[in-house]
Design a protein around this ligand. Structure first.
Ligand SMILES: Nc1nc2c(c(=O)[nH]1)N[C@@H](CN(C=O)c1ccc(C(=O)N[C@@H](CCC(=O)O)C(=O)O)cc1)CN2
Length: 294
C-alpha cells in the first residue's frame, strides 16, 4: 500500500515542537522575533505572508510585518533591511519573493545579515551549505529532508534524483541529500531520457515547476516521491492546485508520496519558524534545538 506522507500533520508537529522551545526561551526572558517584508500586492504572496504572521504568533514568537508599496525604491528597501539587521529583537528576516521587477532580488537578499537569513538564500549560507558547514537552510528543502528522514530513518546509500536546479529548492535539496549520504543526481528539463533517470531513484524529488510532468512511468516501484510543485491550473472550468507530479499514476507505483496541496507546502512555513528559533538560539549562544535543523 502506498503511504501518503501528510505534510499538514507533520508541519503541525514541527510547530508544536517549536512552540515548546519558545516557551522555554521565554522563561529565560528571550522572545524570538521574525520580520517579514512584503513589497507589492501579489495575491499569493499576501496569503503566504498572512499565514506566516499567524503561525509566528501561534508559536509564541514576535512577528514584525513590513508591507511596502509596489513602487518602493531599492534604496528604501535596503535601508529597512539595515534597520532590521541592527534590531536585537529581530532574529529572523525574510523578504517575500518574488519581488517587483525593478528590484534586484540578489542584492536585496544579500543585504540581510546571514545570521538572520531564515530563508537560507544569502550567498554566505549557500556557500556554507555547499561545503557542509553550519548554515541557515532553505525552508522548503529542509521540510522535505525532515519528512524523508521520518519515513526512511537513515537515507545513507539511497539513490536520490532531484528534478529541478533552482537555487531555492533543487540545488539546496541536492546538497542536503548528499549531506545525508545519498547518491544524488540533479536532473532537469534538458536531461536526456529523464524518465529513465528518474526510474533509478529510491527518492524522487520533483521541483521543476511544470504541472503534473512526472508521471507514473518515471517512478521506480516502491520509491518515495516528494512533490515540491505548486501550480495553479484550470480544469473543468475550475481553478485547482496541482504539483509537478501526476498524483494518481505516480501513487499507483510509489511506496510513499506527498500530496499537493497538503504535502511539502505546509512544511515551508513550519521550517521558517524552526529556522527563526535556531537563529535566536545561535545569537544567544544557546544550544540549537535537535531535530529542527539539517
Ligand atoms: N522568501 C520566500 N519567498 C517564497 C518562498 C520562501 O520559502 N521564501 N516560498 C514560496 C511561497 N511560500 C512561502 O513563502 C509558500 C508556498 C506554499 C505554501 C503552502 O502551504 N502551500 C499549500 C497550498 C497553498 C494554497 O492553497 O495556495 C500546500 O502546498 O498545501 C506555503 C508557503 C515562494 N516565495
Amino acid at each position: 500500500m502506498t503511504k501518503v506522507i501528510d505534510g499538514k500533520a507533520f508541519a503541525a508537529k514541527v510547530r508544536a515542537e517549536v512552540a515548546t522551545h519558545v516557551a522555554a526561551l521565554k522563561e529565560k526572558g528571550i522572545v524570538p522575533g521574525l520580520a517579514v517584508v512584503l513589497v507589492g500586492e501579489d495575491p499569493a504572496s499576501k496569503v503566504y505572508v498572512k499565514n506566516k504572521h499567524a503561525s509566528t504568533v501561534e508559536v509564541g514568537m514576535n512577528s514584525y510585518e513590513h508591507r511596502l508599496d509596489a513602487a518602493t525604491s531599492e534604496a528604501d528597501l535596503l535601508a529597512l533591511i539595515d534597520k532590521l539587521n541592527a534590531d536585537p529583537a529581530v532574529h529572523g528576516i525574510l523578504v517575500q519573493l518574488p519581488l517587483p521587477g525593478h528590484l534586484n532580488s540578489e542584492l536585496v537578499i544579500n543585504r540581510i545579515d546571514p545570521a538572520k537569513d531564515v530563508d537560507g538564500f544569502h550567498i554566505s549560507n549557500v556557500g556554507l551549505l555547499g561545503t557542509g558547514q553550519k548554515s541557515m537552510v532553505p525552508c522548503t528543502p529542509l521540510g522535505c529532508l525532515m519528512m524523508l528522514r521520518d519515513h526512511h530513518g537513515s537515507l545513507a546509500g539511497l539513490n536520490a534524483v532531484v528534478v529541478g536546479r533552482s537555487n531555492i529548492v533543487g540545488k539546496p535539496m541536492a546538497q542536503l541529500l548528499l549531506g545525508d549520504s545519498c547518491t544524488v543526481t540533479i536532473a532537469h528539463s534538458r536531461t536526456k531520457d529523464l524518465a529513465a533517470v528518474c526510474r533509478g531513484a529510491d527518492i524522487l524529488v520533483a521541483a521543476v515547476g511544470r504541472p503534473e510532468m512526472i508521471t507514473g512511468d518515471f517512478v521506480k516501484p516502491g520509491a518515495t516521491v516528494i512533490d515540491v510543485g505548486i501550480n495553479r491550473i484550470e480544469r473543468d472550468g475550475k481553478g485547482k492546485i496541482v504539483g509537478d507530479v501526476h498524483y494518481e499514476s505516480a501513487a499507483a507505483v510509489a511506496g510513499a508520496i506527498t500530496p499537493v496541496p497538503g504535502g511539502v507546502g505546509p512544511m515551508t512555513i513550519a521550517c521558517l519558524l524552526a529556522n527563526t528559533l535556531t537563529a535566536c538560539c545561535r545569537s544567544n549562544g544557546l544550544a540549537e534545538p535537535k531535530g529542527l535543523t539539517a
